[in-house]
Design a protein around this ligand. Sequence first.
Ligand code: SF4
Ligand code: SF4
Length: 337
Amino acid sequence: MTALDPLQPRTLFFRPQERNIFFHLLTACNLACRHCYINPAQHGTAMLPLATVTKWLRLFFDPAKQSNLILLGGEPTLHPDLAAIIKFARELGYQSVTVDTNGFLHHDLLDRITPDEAVISFSLDGPTAAVNDPLRGEGVFATCTANLKRAVAKGFDVSLIYTVSRWNIDHLHQMPALLAELGCKRFFIQVIGLRGKSAKENELNLQVTPEEWLAVVPGVAREAAARGIHVIYPKVYLEPDEPFQCAGNVAENYFIFPNGRVYLCPLCEDFPLHTFQIEENCLVEQPGITEKKLFSLDIAEGCVMNKLLQPGNIDYDEAGHPRHRISCCLLKQEIRP
Ligand code: SF4
Ligand code: SF4
């Protein structure tokens, strides 16, 4: 790989002039994926009414910054007012709105919004039903890919998210061909987190090692890009000369839940460590120990939350120094075709 290599990955450094609002409208879902990260014990089971959603969208909109809205659940298309929420956000001034869906697209979403109003991001964890459906549910591959094709045919900008784990890493190489066949031009490769059910299934050892990740993911990303697909995937392991940055200190990401909790770090979502609570439509900073205290810790391993949650994925040399520093989970790299 040389500096002139057109398929060389580029790190997407945090941008202070941008804010990303990850808005969980509800926690309910029609599926029961084996690695689901949703945690009703921490975030409740409510579905936010439209009137509350619009108030909170105003609360987080900053006209001085590029504001990107990502609508999540549970399954966000179960919300009967999703189309109205998308239209309201665009009218308010959010520059981009993305709906992260499991592909079922309830309430005829594609017929109720236009392609310039939202990007539709589909989750699929295998290139075939035989790989995907044991993880996400019987018949999910067929429904998700059919609806993705329908979205492409209607002119929507679509992307596909693949969560890499020990269950499916061996099948990732088949994804570029599937994306090309589906007409999907953007591919997000995710790494499985130790949250929700995947934390409970830890004894199954779903995490992939640095060696497994590096042996598979960058090569598949290049192959997808060579087919004309824009690929975004987590940095995960920093090179010795790359700086560590915690997004909680240098970026604006808000992860909002229906019970009013607002986190700055997604790895903290399984704990009552949220920085803010929305109270009577105001953002109230929480007293005591919150995630913000962790962001200020400077450790040789990189991300503090990773060290606390998954120390097993850090290797040390004989002198006790970590062989790899772990980047912020929000740091991504991309290859543009
Ligand atoms: S589609 Fe998402 S929210 Fe629904 S069960 Fe699967 S991981 Fe959980
Ligand atoms: S993942 Fe780690 S580095 Fe990123 S915001 Fe959370 S604590 Fe900070």
